[in-house]
Design a protein around this ligand. Structure first.
Ligand code: RVP
Length: 500
């Protein structure tokens, strides 16, 4: 007879935290949210830690070098998605590893033959006030000048005139060679009162730009996720089929950590992939595995050498795996079971294998509940897809701005590699294709989320995540509480009642 688990399958939304005593040394600034990302012997630090325990989902609509850089700046970690050719994924990884902090790829470019009207629309859409002019309008073309809101005015100048007629030409501008250090570049910016310093190669091509506002950003973020050579860290997804080719290419590109990307990770295929990474490649790069929803699957992957184990099946906001295949488990129940097994495993073997809560976190407070239930770090798709830094399109629907967001198991992603069992075509979809409300830039949003997490932990009397795991007190909410919480109040500020 089939096994029927005695517990009900519960979601994160079904729990609230009961405050513990807050003492005077338990203040928001004293809260340390840092987390181990990969396995380590108990009593020794994890070789890879992150200051902000948030990582981006391994998804087409979320992964981009720009998002990975922004997330690493704020202390988290981005993952390059694996639903693309190996060379393209490796390029994504190396774009992040090659990014010199402060030297950014120029993303708002135009050419001298463009019209002032075109450049005006470009600046407006990007909410910037300056564009770089190159001969072909590309980010690496011959540098010919700068044009911005100080150079022309739509009411004063003919918008059919060319950019060349109003731009500040290259020979009148301060530029610097690619050999300049960031600190010298910043000195130049402040001495010459520049908003933008073009970095130009000896043969006149644009290499990158340094922005004054990035300096301010850099001063703001002191917890960047960087490697020993001060390069940003990045993770990458892999699959259980082409791993013999994909892993070496990603390692070569500089990936700091990999993760087998699958909706159901309790399989011999994941065990073989992990064994290859650990035994044949000698563990040159840590490899996480998943996803799982119970202790048995956790132990299986931990025994096979997983660097961390990802928890969650069917909870993702765009995921219809539960409807289509009937597999999954409420995220809270899954976390409780897996966290207990992680702790047993640590006690028995002396090795701590972190767990990552992946998918289905709708409100910021769900993150706090996930940490309280034992998560070491959290993977988010919808959350990051809403930001400027995600690669998907910004669209206006009924006057409101949205970003496109689609599941890796949707027809759009055509992710045969991830979801099917070898068929050449997707026999059915496991994800949907939709939109999420646009939320602006990643930086203020992550800062707000982190502030909320700190505030919750202070209420619960915890200053570290291990303290929070050990001391949190939670209570299940009743159906009646939902009804009471649902009382309608029209907000004066127009802000969302979910706080997102
Ligand atoms: P969410 O943050 O709720 O948007 O969920 C993101 C997670 O959903 C991903 O990290 C992944 O585990 C899962 N996912 C991605 N695509 C699909 C699907 O098409 N079913 N599910």
């Amino acid at each position: 007879m089939a096994v029927i688990l005695p517990e009900v399958s519960r979601t994160l939304n079904e729990y609230l935290l009961v405050p513990n005593l807050t003492t005077e040394d338990c203040a928001p600034d004293a809260v340390d949210l840092s987390a181990p990302l990969v396995r380590h012997p108990i009593g020794q630090p994890s070789p890879l830690r992150i200051a902000t325990p948030l990582v981006s989902a391994i998804m087409q609509a979320v992964s981009s070098p720009r998002l990975a850089i922004a997330l690493a700046q704020t202390g988290g970690l981005g993952f390059a998605h694996q639903n693309q050719p190996i060379a393209a994924q490796a390029r994504m990884v190396s774009a992040v590893k090659r990014h010199k902090a402060g030297f950014r790829h120029s993303d708002i470019n135009t050419k001298p033959t463009a019209t002032l009207g075109e450049v005006s629309r470009l600046l407006q859409a990007a909410e910037r006030d300056i564009a770089v002019v190159t001969d072909d309008g590309s980010p690496t073309g011959l540098f010919v000048g700068l044009i911005g809101s100080r150079d022309f005015h739509p009411q004063r100048h003919d918008l059919n005139d060319t950019v060349a007629s109003r731009m500040r030409p290259a020979d009148t501008l301060v530029t610097a060679p690619p050999t300049i250090s960031l600190s010298d570049a910043n000195t130049l910016i402040w001495d010459q009162r520049l908003d933008l310093l073009p970095i130009v190669t000896a043969d006149g091509h644009l290499a990158s730009i340094v922005l004054r506002r990035d300096y301010e950003l850099h001063k703001q973020f002191r917890n960047e996720t960087i490697d020993a050579e001060k390069r940003f860290r990045i993770g990458a997804g892999i699959n259980t089929r082409d791993f013999r080719d994909r892993i070496p290419a990603l390692v070569e590109a500089g990936a700091d950590v990999l993760c087998i990307d699958s909706s159901d990770g309790y399989s011999v295929w994941q065990q073989r992939t992990l064994r290859y990474a650990v035994e044949e490649l000698g563990g040159v790069v840590p490899v996480g595995a998943g996803n799982v929803v119970d202790g048995r699957a956790f132990r299986y992957l931990a025994d096979a050498g997983a660097a961390f184990v990802k928890v969650g099946i069917g909870g993702g906001s765009i995921c219809i795996t539960r409807d289509q295949k009937g597999i999954g488990r409420g995220q809270a129940s899954a976390l409780i079971d897996v966290a207990a097994e992680r702790d047993r495993y640590a006690e028995e073997t002396g090795v701590y294998v972190p767990i990552c809560c992946d998918g289905g976190l709708l409100a910021d407070y769900h993150m706090a509940v996930a940490f309280a239930l034992g998560a070491d770090f959290i993977m988010l798709g919808r959350y990051f897809a809403r930001f400027d830094e995600s690669p998907s399109n910004l669209v206006k629907l009924d006057g409101q701005l949205f970003k496109e967001y689609w599941g890796e198991g949707s027809q759009r992603a055509r992710n045969v590699a991830r979801y099917d069992q070898g068929e050449t075509e997707l026999p059915f979809e496991e994800g949907v294709d939709g939109y999420v409300p646009y939320a602006g830039s990643l930086y203020p949003n992550v800062a707000r989320t982190v502030a909320k997490l700190r505030a919750t932990m202070v209420s619960c009397g915890a200053t570290t995540l291990p303290d929070f795991h050990r001391d949190a007190v939670l209570v299940q909410v009743s159906q009646q509480s939902y009804l009471q919480n649902g009382a309608e109040v029209r907000l004066r500020s127009g802000s969302s009642s979910t706080g997102q």
